[in-house]
Design a protein around this ligand. Structure first.
Ligand code: HEM
Length: 194
């Protein structure tokens, strides 16, 4: 089943990134929080722009407008680090152009909302209540939004099983390219395996 395939294919990449994220280390600092948000914005904002090419019915099913959260990152950065320049965009994004590729990338971006709950607890000593809209994105609806994302992935796989491989490959590529971008932005340690 597609959800098991996605989890299995990306488990190692997820674990590796989680281990090397500066933000996940002790002690936490506002500097590493800002670096995380800046790197995330540079990756998420241009990808969200690419999702704009999806057919309207799929965008609606995905609740794409609500899932596009780059604006929340900018909002947080304005409070956290006012006066800082706008973060640069990543130029090596996961390949887009089909529904399966968009779903593969979205699986990763939406999955990160689950880790965000852990990060919020980890960052509590920083007192970031006024600048945590992105990490807090769905609030009480987090579980429901994730379940609905999973349902869209399952439906897509049932209707277009021939696109599963492309979807899963894009999810892995999304992790890999996000990881490389985090390293380049100074938001994660270089991988010893790289
Ligand atoms: C310190 C940082 C992170 C921690 C501690 C963390 C932790 C977690 C945890 C505990 C889950 C499982 C939740 C559940 O099954 O209910 C999860 C799921 C997930 N996380 Fe992370 N995460 C982190 C960062 C990220 C990042 C940066 C991404 C990608 C942008 C990411 C992508 C995912 C995905 C795709 C899933 C879903 C896995 C599945 O298919 O069930 N995570 N994360």
């Amino acid at each position: 089943m597609i959800l098991d395939q996605l989890k299995a294919a990306t488990a190692e990449a997820h674990e590796s990134l989680e281990r090397r994220l500066h933000l996940a280390q002790h002690p936490v600092s506002r500097g590493s929080y800002s670096a995380y948000l800046r790197a995330m914005y540079g990756f998420v904002a241009p990808l969200e722009a690419a999702f704009g090419q999806l057919p309207p019915d799929l965008s609606k099913t995905l609740e794409l407008e609500r899932r596009c959260k780059a604006r929340l990152i900018l909002q947080d950065l304005e409070v956290l680090a006012p006066g800082d320049s706008k973060p640069p965009f990543c130029e090596v994004l996961p390949e887009q152009g089909t529904a399966a590729r968009a779903l593969g990338a979205l699986y990763v971006l939406e999955g990160s909302t689950l880790g965000a709950r852990w990060l919020l607890r980890h960052l509590a000593p920083l007192g970031i209540e006024g600048c945590s809209a992105y990490l807090n994105s769905y609030g009480e609806d987090l579980g429901a939004m994730w379940q609905r994302m999973r349902a869209v992935l399952q439906t897509h796989s049932r209707l277009h099983p021939e696109h599963d491989a492309e979807l899963v490959a894009t999810a892995l590529q999304t992790f890999q390219r996000l990881d490389a971008w985090f390293v380049r932005c100074g938001a994660a340690e270089v991988s010893r395996a790289a």
